[in-house]
Design a protein around this ligand. Structure first.
Ligand code: FES
Length: 145
């Protein structure tokens, strides 16, 4: 188990993250994790330092049916804070996003949106993923409901 799974230290949300720290809050659960920029061990899901990578490191469920290679839309998230600190979406990601349900101006693929700077980030996992979370076991893509 990595030290990143500890998460136990209380994060003072009334203060901005310290210099060189990355703070990510996953809504609607409201789980917040914080770690020094550049220290996240790559979990081999999505691009390194993508929101999917962060979520996997902290055992936060973010569906990723294609394994994080920009070939589905199940990792669709809404960026509520921190967009300027992210990479620009590639043409591949934009093409893929066009097929995503619930597309918004702040939509990104969690496996492709990479945190490039320290700071505070808030992302929302949309309701279709939320439902999977509450069931406790995500459905595989294509599996009947
Ligand atoms: S996990 Fe399939 S596109 Fe991100």
């Amino acid at each position: 188990m990595s030290e990143h799974t500890a998460e136990a230290q209380a994060i003072d949300l009334s203060q901005p993250p310290a210099e060189n720290m990355v703070r990510v809050t996953f809504q609607p659960e409201g789980r917040t994790v914080e770690f020094p920029f550049g220290t996240m061990p790559y979990d081999h899901h999505g691009l390194p330092m993508s929101f999917l990578d962060v979520a996997e490191n902290y055992h936060i469920f973010l569906d990723h049916a294609c394994g994080g290679v920009c070939a589905c839309t199940t990792c669709h998230i809404h960026i509520k804070q921190g967009e300027p600190g992210l990479n620009e979406p590639t043409e591949d990601e934009l093409d893929r996003m066009e097929k995503a349900p619930g597309l918004q101006l702040n939509s990104r693929l969690g496996c492709q949106a990479v945190i490039e700077k320290p700071g505070a980030y808030v992302v929302e996992i949309p309701s279709w993923n939320k439902n999977y979370v509450s069931e406790g076991k995500p459905l595989a893509m294509g599996e009947s409901k």
